[in-house]
Design a protein around this ligand. Sequence first.
Ligand code: FAD
Length: 296
Amino acid sequence: MLVVDKGRGVGGRLATRRIGDGVFDHGAQFFTSAEPEFDTEVATWVDAGVAAQWFDTRLEPDGSLVTDGHPRWRGTNGMSGIAKHLAASLDVRTGCRLVSLAVDNGAWTAVDSDDGVIRAESIVVTAPVPQTLALFDAGAVGLDANDRRDLDAVDYHPCIAVLALLDGPSGLPTPGALRPAGEPLDWVADNQMKGISPVPALTVHAGTATSRALWDASDDVVVEQLLAAVPGLASGPIAGGVQVQRWLYARPVECRPEAARLLFGLPAAVLAGDAFGGARVPGAAASGNAAAALLL
Ligand SMILES: Cc1cc2nc3c(=O)[nH]c(=O)nc-3n(C[C@H](O)[C@H](O)[C@H](O)COP(=O)(O)OP(=O)(O)OC[C@H]3O[C@@H](n4cnc5c(N)ncnc54)[C@H](O)[C@@H]3O)c2cc1C
């Protein structure tokens, strides 16, 4: 089995980035677990030292905390560390951006951006669905009409993230996160308080409407508007220590009911990821398991 990923590292939206001495989770911020199968998986990550509890309260939009006892998990060294742990025993080719998937003599042919060709009897594709469809279209794959209709309808919310090294403590309340859960901000986190950054490092996520409104704005405008909206921010950004990430496919608007999808009338091809069965990290993990079961 071969895993290819266009990213420089593995993880996709389990994304951790460094700016100077700062460490930032800029995609998924934490995950919860409500399924015994995922609980068991998370326990192995905790044993391996790659995941730890961050907090176990609900963050209300007004900044208050409501104890509910459900662990919110983080990567010990950032969220991407969990993906690195999972990938350690796999044959992974990073920096490999596929540009087409085609059917040829009853098998799959994947072509990457360096014209490399990979042949496979079966494939699991976990890219966001519009990107997956673009790969099939580039390879002139004729999808079954039901598959095409259902997959064309899968849509995602965008999210703009601002990452800022700060010149002092952020002033965020314990546990180092605010969940305004609206506009202009959806989420703010202090990665130092989270335990992954040695220096003050702030992640700010815009809400969906704000992300759409600011999508084509310059990074300077985005940074100014989003940082100005952080309630009670006690320090300012360090010059040269700020970056903007635009996630076009941050979260599915609605998930497909099936946990993974075997495409009809083609060599074995299963689509999986957070658009299937359940959004977010636990949904993506469950979808991966469902994809494996379908293929087997
Ligand atoms: C800003 C933001 C905040 C979030 N917050 C949370 C949160 O707090 N809690 C939570 O549970 N979830 C959160 N999520 C959602 C969570 O990150 C996702 O649900 C989950 O990580 C999706 O995993 P996946 O494997 O389905 O997709 P991805 O992680 O997107 O993986 C798809 C992979 O496909 C690769 N790929 C795509 N196209 C190609 C190509 N052409 N060639 C090769 N490789 C390709 C990508 O590089 C990527 O690694 C958040 C997401 C974002 C963006």
